[in-house]
Design a protein around this ligand. Structure first.
Ligand code: UTP
Length: 404
């Protein structure tokens, strides 16, 4: 304990022990465990965050358009379906986020979007995957990433619903790690007298957490991971055509993309940065780039990403030792003040540290943009109301013939 106190004193972080003496022995042990797990190198980044805005030379990336995909659809399907039958594809459902914008404490996937009958987000994801399994005649291993915050609730939800009919031998849950949050002066925050303010460390942590869990060891044939977000209820995961096209392209990753609606739509677009796949934010595009057109007359920078990626397992193994950039993000972080009162701030009050899957795609070195029809494959649920909300997703589901 002495060592920990003096280490914290050296770092100017003794405030985390403010309530230590009043904790039960178990509570004290738990707080010590959390302190011992802190990655100080990451926490120190608040002082001098890396500049992660596109600095390199930006150029358009070549991808497959809807018309090109249609032409070779049957061929791609065969390649993809054969790989699926050989056990070469696994799905990674990213469900470790907190869904703070949706404002529910339950796992986001447990959200019921039905109107006349229950229809859960997880259920939609599983239904889609079952369709692919049926079409290909094989079951795809499904890894579900949770975090300490929602792991038990997610597992219980799947148990309660008998995994919506997905063969349980093919499902594995694994937890992503948590990272501590700091205030604007770099001081670690407490969310309770014996608990640091911890939150999931971003969706870029999936690979190292999966590896740590060892769950992939049960499926040694895996050559590709299809990684996607839980909150797109029109998600087409394990898409054999996408897989076949990515394999045929010889690139080390693939990204499902939708066409930008107009030159100034506020979405990040896939491009090349110094020859590597990268996402450039709409506010980083110059007017000239936003309106530039390619030889086909289409916007040169128009591939919006929808968080559905294929990544080569072999490449991931190669790059596992490289450090994924850490994004230092301003957030509203509930914390315990000096008087022991829990404050839920109205405004941003500190930093969280997150890694993003986008940065992993860049590390793979090459990526195939694969265009899909937005109205058929993209209905994200981020907010309670308005854009990308439960309402907007319901409208899109109805348009696609889903009974709510
Ligand atoms: P978002 O960036 O939308 O974050 O995640 P979120 O946590 O779900 O929602 P907000 O921002 O708190 O409202 C995109 C996808 O990445 C997953 C989410 O579960 C979602 O599928 N994710 C995000 C993780 O798995 N872990 C994380 O640490 C962050």
């Amino acid at each position: 304990m002495k060592e920990i106190s003096s280490m914290l004193a050296e770092r100017g972080q003794t405030q985390v022990l403010r309530y230590f003496d009043g904790l039960t022995p178990d509570g004290q042990r738990e707080l010590i465990r959390q302190i011992e797990n802190i990655d100080w190198e990451t926490v120190e980044l608040w002082r001098d965050p890396e500049d992660l805005s596109g600095k390199g030379e930006i150029s358009p990336i070549e991808g497959l358009t809807l018309a090109q995909i249609k032409e070779k659809e049957a061929e791609y399907f065969e390649v993809g379906a054969a790989a699926i039958r050989a056990g070469k594809l696994a799905c990674v459902l990213l469900a470790g986020g907190q869904g703070t914008r949706l404002g529910s404490d339950a796992p986001k996937g447990a959200y019921d979007i039905g109107l006349t009958h229950p229809l859960y987000i997880f259920e939609m994801q599983i239904k889609n995957l079952l369709e692919v399994c049926k079409a290909c005649g094989a079951t795809v291993p499904l890894f579900i990433m949770t975090s300490e915050k929602n792991d038990a609730a997610t597992r219980a939800f799947f148990r309660e619903h008998h995994s919506f009919g997905y063969p349980e031998a093919y499902i594995r849950f694994f937890e992503q790690e948590l990272a501590p949050s700091v205030d604007f002066t770099g001081k670690l925050l407490l969310e309770d007298k014996g608990t640091l303010a911890l939150s999931p460390n971003g969706n870029g942590g999936w690979y190292s957490s999966l590896k740590k869990s060892g769950a992939d060891g049960d499926f040694p044939a895996i050559e590709w991971y299809n990684v996607y977000g839980v909150d797109n209820v029109l998600q087409r995961s394990a898409d054999p055509v996408f897989l076949g096209a990515t394999i045929a392209s010889g690139r080390m990753s693939g990204a499902k993309v939708v066409r930008k609606k107009d030159p100034h739509e506020r979405v990040g677009v896939l491009c090349l940065e110094d020859g590597l796949p990268s996402v450039i934010e709409y506010y980083e595009l110059t007017e000239e780039m936003a309106t530039a057109r390619g030889a086909d007359g289409e916007l040169a920078y128009s591939f919006g990403v929808i968080l559905n990626y294929l990544l080569s397992a072999k490449k991931l193994e190669e790059i596992a030792k490289e450090r994924i950039p850490v994004h230092v993000v301003k957030k509203k972080i509930p914390y315990l003040d000096e008087n022991g009162v829990l404050v839920k701030p109205e405004k941003e009050n500190g930093y969280k540290f997150e890694t993003l899957i986008l940065d992993m795609v860049k590390l793979t070195g090459s990526c195939l943009p694969f265009e899909v029809v937005r109205e058929k494959e993209f209905a994200p649920i981020k907010n309670k109301e308005g854009t990308d909300s439960v309402e907007s997703a319901r409208e899109l589901l109805k348009e696609n013939g889903v009974r709510l």
